[in-house]
Design a protein around this ligand. Structure first.
Ligand code: PAF
Length: 281
């Protein structure tokens, strides 16, 4: 595994890898790797011969009062895990390499990025689409893999790839969960022992609402009960619990097509998100 931090070295290494014509797969991450990330890396192996993983804690996707400084950084441990997984390149640009002095370009995807986390975290998805577009241009992958835990992010990136004719296959991987059902996330590290127990209310409330909606109960009542469950377990504020079209993320009041139930709420200082498929059949 080559660990690279500057663009000329990355370009040379990617050119060398691509010279055999086999597909190159990128797994973009912000590090503090857990089993969810490693499942993306395993999936990358299935999709291509060459695997590049990027680790970059992207300042442009954090709001002014968010956890950029506290975000866990574990470069040495991450590098060990990735070397053991047999990836080809670990791409770890510095902030100056990603956004050199004078940097002035922003990529914004309208529509799908505007509700949900786009409303709760203004500017977040501009930061995500800008850095992902840059990572795509730097690494030039054939395939890129993202987790479905960040479901709206995945939808925004799919839209961007279509709109900008990037010609990259985007693969979404099902959310990896702890044995008790909590979605794996680098931010779970912030939870106290009591908060970790209370956090389970999020997947459970979404699961219960899914069952109610799928058996034909009114969507608004099921969502209101999920919100009440979260509030009873100490989540505050609850940014949203919403049923959306699975592709466009437009809100749905009736289950008449394939949908996704998404929730986001804060427990103490930790903001948790989760989502689950809801099937009209
Ligand atoms: O999902 C993440 O870890 C980040 O949002 C991503 C896609 C690596 C962009 O910084």
């Amino acid at each position: 595994m080559q660990t690279l931090r500057d663009l000329p070295a990355l370009r040379a290494a990617v050119d060398a890898l691509k010279s055999d014509g086999k597909p190159l797969v990128l797994v973009p991450t912000m590090g503090a790797l857990h089993d969810g990330h490693m499942a993306l890396v395993e999936e990358a192996r299935r999709h291509g011969r060459h695997v590049v993983v990027s680790i970059f804690v992207n300042p442009r996707q954090f709001g002014p009062n968010e956890d950029l400084d506290a975000y866990p950084r574990r470069e040495a441990k991450d590098a060990q895990l990735l070397a053991a997984a047999g990836i080809d390149i670990l791409w770890m640009p510095t902030v100056d390499v990603m956004y050199p002095a004078g940097y002035a370009t922003n990529i914004g995807v309208s529509g799908v990025s505007e509700g949900l986390d786009g409303a709760a975290r203004p500017g977040h998805f501009d930061g995500v689409s800008t850095v992902v577009a840059k990572l795509f241009n730097q690494v030039r992958p054939d395939v890129a893999i993202f987790g479905e835990k960040d479901y709206q992010q995945l939808a925004v990136i799919r839209r961007m790839v279509i709109d900008l004719d990037l010609g990259i296959e985007i693969v979404g991987m099902p959310t990896q969960r702890a044995e008790d059902g909590l979605a794996l996330s680098s931010r779970n590290a912030y939870l106290s022992e009591d908060e970790r127990k209370a956090a389970l209310a999020l997947p459970r409330a979404l699961g219960e609402a899914k069952r109610q909606i799928e058996r034909g109960e009114p969507v608004d009542g099921a969502l209101a009960r999920a919100i009440a469950t979260l509030a009873a377990h100490g989540f505050d504020p609850i940014d949203y619990v919403t049923l959306c079209d699975a592709a466009t993320l437009e809100p749905m009041a009736v289950l008449d097509r394939t949908a996704r139930l998404l929730g986001a709420a804060k427990l103490g200082k930790t903001r948790l998100i989760d989502n689950i498929a809801v099937d009209p059949a």
